[in-house]
Design a protein around this ligand. Structure first.
Ligand SMILES: Cc1ncc(COP(=O)(O)O)c(C=O)c1O
Length: 394
């Protein structure tokens, strides 16, 4: 397929070609742990990196199924190549371990997924890597926190769960001037709505568990960047073994084929839900990048072509009212994760972000009253009707 095809066409076709063995229409699932060499010499030259080809499914480039997924997601993110992982966290871990060493410092958005916070604040700290959590919605604060040994700037935008947005272009400029690698977790927006590499980022990360898989039936992760960068991760990838399972790779390929269609519906549903909640007398506040009242509405307009399916809100009556609401929904699923076909509702302070100390959560806006919704693909009227009936019970 020529590179100039439109996004939806690339979702369907990029990275895939008829199977050379039997002409299978869909990319085969190469359910194998190892590959047979034609000769001892061939095996040796593949291990030496002198000949391209597969060796063992833990080792880069894993299997042809993984390779097809990498080509598809790289095409969608407009990047050169990538690497798949067993989870979004394994992807973030591999980027950190391959790029940072003892004595290094890096900057991270202060609002990130709880697992990312734990990795940065506790796990990496054990190896002498220091993080500064910074309000990356303010580029000046990023500049102020740059040190001589700052090697990486990690952004999550929109941020989970506050939906705070940072200016990717501005911060990547600061990273370039600093000589630091810029890394963006694009899980919430997906390449359909936001392409950080086009805005100057070096690396994009996804939890494939979310919109890429799209059906809440897999755990996976992927990293996209320049060939040289992806090569630099290979020792960590090969030796730590956070390889994506081949079935997950196959499911991710299948998920991506409908990404463009799903994201339109996720976003229009989220917008309708956000507008309903904003007008509801029992709701204190709503945070959705498509609402003009969002604190970074202008930046969202600049760098996103749509606002995805995630929103958060606070209810009058705080956490007690929030709990009652979550216990009263009938259609929406009371569940963590996001990007599923069905609408999910959860309480970050006691679930996805519970590992972040309470005082840190309060400081960065992950307040106890915050409820997060991942708008699914049901009809908006039905989601709203469910939330409405749950709100009347408060
Ligand atoms: C923004 C973001 N990044 C990364 C992750 C981690 O992904 P995974 O659960 O696939 O490890 C999550 C999980 O919720 C997330 O929300």
């Amino acid at each position: 397929m020529k590179k100039d095809k439109k996004f939806g066409t690339r979702c369907v076709r990029a990275g895939e070609a008829p199977d050379p063995s039997y002409g299978a229409h869909t990319t085969p699932l190469y359910q194998t742990s190892t590959f047979i060499f034609d000769s001892a010499e061939q095996g040796a030259s593949r291990f030496a990196g002198e000949e391209e080809g597969y060796t063992y499914a833990r080792l880069v480039p894993n299997t042809p199924t993984h390779a097809a997924l990498v080509k598809k997601i790289a095409s969608l993110e407009e990047g050169e190549t990538g690497q798949t992982f067993s989870s979004g966290m394994a992807a973030i871990t591999a980027v950190a371990l391959s790029q940072l060493e003892q004595g290094d410092h890096f900057i991270s958005s202060d609002v990130v997924y709880g697992g990312t916070y734990g990795l940065f604040s506790s796990v990496l700290a054990k190896f002498g890597v220091e993080v500064s959590f910074v309000d990356t919605s303010d580029p000046e604060k990023v500049k102020e926190n740059v040190r001589k040994n700052t090697k990486l700037i990690f952004l999550e935008t929109p941020a989970n769960p506050t939906m705070i947005i940072c200016d990717i272009e501005e911060i990547c400029k600061i990273a370039r001037e600093t000589g630091a690698l810029s890394v963006v977790d694009n899980t919430f927006a997906t390449p359909y709505f936001q392409r950080p590499l086009k805005s100057g980022a070096d690396v994009v990360i996804h939890s494939c568990t979310k919109y890429i898989g799209g059906h809440a039936d897999l755990i996976g992760g992927v990293v996209v960047g320049k060939k040289e960068f992806v090569r630099s991760m290979a020792p960590v990838v090969n030796c730590t073994g956070g390889t994506m399972g081949v079935h997950e790779a196959w499911l991710s390929i299948r998920g991506l084929k409908t990404l463009h269609l799903r994201m339109e519906k996720h976003a229009s549903n989220a917008m309708e839900v956000a507008e309903f909640l904003e007008a509801h007398p029992k709701i204190e506040w709503v945070r959705y990048p498509g609402l003009p009242g969002h604190p970074q509405y202008e930046i969202a307009q600049k760098q996103m072509s749509g606002f995805s399916g995630m929103l958060s809100f606070g209810i009058k009556g705080g956490i007690e009212a929030g709990r009652k609401l979550m216990n009263s929904v009938e259609l929406c699923s009371l569940s963590v994760s996001l990007g599923a076909v069905d609408t999910l509702i959860e309480h970050p302070a006691s679930m996805t972000h519970v590992n972040i100390p309470a005082e840190v959560r309060a400081k960065v806006g992950i307040t106890d009253d915050l409820v997060r919704i991942s708008a699914g693909l049901e009809e908006a009227d039905d989601i709203i009707e469910d939330l409405d009936q749950a709100l009347t019970r408060l």
